[in-house]
Design a binder for this molecule. Structure first.
Ligand code: TXA
Ligand code: MG
Length: 336
């Protein structure tokens, strides 16, 4: 397939991409979290193309992206808590799961009676949805199982030749996918951590629970189907090291043919060619922005057999960094 590449230079530059979406095609576009691969959310064939281009299991539902929160009622059953939360965090990096209306085809939600609603704040995403005049169903624009794309080169690598168009809108602001919550009148359940944090959400509801699939290996049926698949995996195996500086440095000094993902402060203490920092130890936002690029940086390297990553903090957006990292490691955490 010939893939058109569009460099964003303003609203006008998105007209061909909006036309492609209206005609049933699929387009990768930037959002404030990660790049998404979008198609008309009202067209089951467009959803079919998205699953095929990503190689994604069709029971893993797509998020529906809107230009305006006010449109949510057309596609799902909203409630008071939704609007309170939406007022605080939408547009922004949050997805809310609500009971879907008929208009949303069953294959968009992987057969579930609910739909994930998100209103991205990224200018390109917002303008694309407005110009298309349609809700856009979009998963992250990576091949299934690979780290999510946070820069144009990532979507070019994964999807060139597999989709109708790729839009270059620069690097993503948060670097981890949106926070996903399920809400009822009395309770918020966190299904996937992101830049809208537990700390921020807990101000809106007395009862906030974190789905078990967020923090550990979970063999049951997770509330977000996507949480059951191996995710974010680099080409070679990854182990997360949980320990004090000295123990980690000593352990790494005894290993060879390995790559390392660490913090800025560690760089002076770890030898070797493939040692990458994802940011200062105390800066979880920077770590979120860089994590997926770090994971992708090892792909194709022949000099390493395993990647070791340092355990990040779990507070604020750090919980999202932790969640993506341990999932990328297939929950292989080594306590030193
Ligand atoms: O930031 C994001 O959310 C990005 C950008 C492109 O918006 N999108 C994204 O989509 O991360 P995806 O498909 O890679 O991840 C969506 C997750 C999956 O784990 C899926 O199972 C879950 O959301 N999900 C979607 N709809 C759901 C539903 N109705 N009920 C439960 N989980 C749902
Ligand atoms: Mg994804």
């Amino acid at each position: 397939m010939n893939t058109i590449k569009i460099h964003y230079t303003g609203r006008e530059s998105l007209l061909p991409a909006a036309e492609i979406i209206r005609e049933g095609g699929i387009v990768a576009f930037p959002t404030e979290t990660v790049y998404g691969l979008g198609g008309n959310a009202l067209d089951p064939r467009a959803a079919g193309k998205i699953y095929a281009a990503k190689g994604r299991p069709s029971d893993n539902p797509l998020i529906v992206h809107l230009a305006d929160v006010a449109d949510a009622e057309k596609y799902c059953h909203t409630d008071r808590l939704f609007f309170r939360i939406a007022e605080a965090f939408m547009p922004g990096p949050l997805t809310v799961i609500l009971p879907k209306k008929e208009l949303i085809p069953d294959n968009v939600t992987g057969g579930l009676p609910t739909v994930g609603i998100r209103v991205p704040s990224h200018r390109v995403a917002n303008e694309l949805i407005s110009l298309a005049g349609l809700p856009i169903a979009a998963p992250s624009a990576n091949l299934s199982g690979k780290p999510s794309p946070t820069s144009f080169s990532h979507i070019e690598h994964d999807l060139d030749g597999r989709v109708d168009a790729l839009i270059d809108g620069g690097d993503c602001e948060f670097g981890v996918e949106s926070t996903i919550i399920r809400i009822t009148e009395e309770e918020i359940v966190l299904l996937r951590p992101g830049a809208v944090t537990v700390e921020m959400l807990s101000l809106f509801c007395d009862k906030l629970t974190v789905d078990r699939a967020v923090t550990g290996k979970f063999d049951g049926v997770p509330l977000a189907p996507g949480m059951k698949y191996r995710h974010y995996a680099p080409d070679c195996p990854l182990t997360v090291l949980d320990g004090e500086n000295r123990a980690v440095y000593d352990f790494l000094a005894r290993t060879s043919r390995r790559g390392v993902i660490c913090f800025d402060e560690d760089l002076a203490h770890i030898d070797g060619e493939y040692v990458y920092s994802c940011g200062p130890v105390g800066d979880s936002l920077k770590q979120a922005q860089r994590l997926f690029s770090c994971l992708r940086a090892f792909d194709g390297l022949r000099g390493i057999d395993r990647i070791y990553a340092r355990m990040p903090s779990r507070s604020g957006i750090g919980l999202a960094v932790f969640n993506r990292l341990v999932k990328a490691a297939g929950f292989d955490v080594r306590r030193l």
